[in-house]
Design a protein around this ligand. Structure first.
Ligand SMILES: [Zn+2]
Length: 198
């Protein structure tokens, strides 16, 4: 095998580790990129390098951005006293696509799980409690996925917050086992508008 072939094999192996891609899709993607290297591969490589160098987690909410405090946390317009709690940045993106929520977010980074030994300290739950105490928060909206672990996590957070703040959760419309990221904008919008006291 020549060095060039080995490099291409390495690239396919790396690509195959991406979610949604297996070895077959990775091979197709790499072949496509190589054929379109001028218009696709070179700009992609440059952009990957830039994002790898600048991406970081927001110290406040856990969102991904390019500075220590993300654009949403830094925006005065988003200071509504509402925090929407989600599991993952993909869920924040889904909420933002629906253009319906004007407050700020808090990304847990997963859910509590007895099976995988994930406890409150492994998630951004302590930071959430700090924020509710220090940011003048009036409502915490739990937008966790309708899985067993999501429900367990929502109950735990509601219990920890007690009656210090209004706690609501997204209304029906989020399918059981469904993830926010897979919902269309209208469904997310309806689920937020019809949110209920937890
Ligand atoms: Zn942030």
């Amino acid at each position: 095998m020549t060095d060039a072939t080995k490099d291409i094999e390495n690239l396919i192996e790396l690509m195959a580790r991406l979610p949604g891609l297996g070895p077959r899709s990775a091979r197709r993607a790499v072949l496509h990129m190589i054929k379109k290297r001028g218009v696709l591969m070179t700009p992609l490589a440059d952009t990957l390098q830039t994002v790898a160098a600048t991406a970081r987690d927001c110290l406040n909410c856990g969102n991904i951005g390019t500075s220590d405090i993300c654009d949403i946390c830094a925006s005065e317009k988003r200071n509504t006293g509402e925090i929407c709690v989600v599991e993952d940045v993909a869920d924040l993106w889904a909420m933002e696509r629906a253009l319906v929520f004007k407050g700020r977010y808090h990304i847990l980074g997963g859910t509590l799980s007895a099976l995988d030994a994930v406890g409150p300290q492994d998630l951004r739950i302590p930071k959430l409690l700090d924020r509710v105490a220090s940011e003048g928060i009036t409502e915490v909206i739990l937008a966790l996925n309708a899985t067993i672990d999501g429900a367990t996590t929502a109950h735990y957070i509601a219990q920890e917050l007690g009656d210090r703040v209004k706690v609501t959760s997204l209304a029906q419309g989020v399918p059981i086992g469904g993830e926010l990221d897979y919902l269309d904008d209208g469904t997310i919008s309806a689920a937020l508008k019809a949110r209920k006291e937890f």
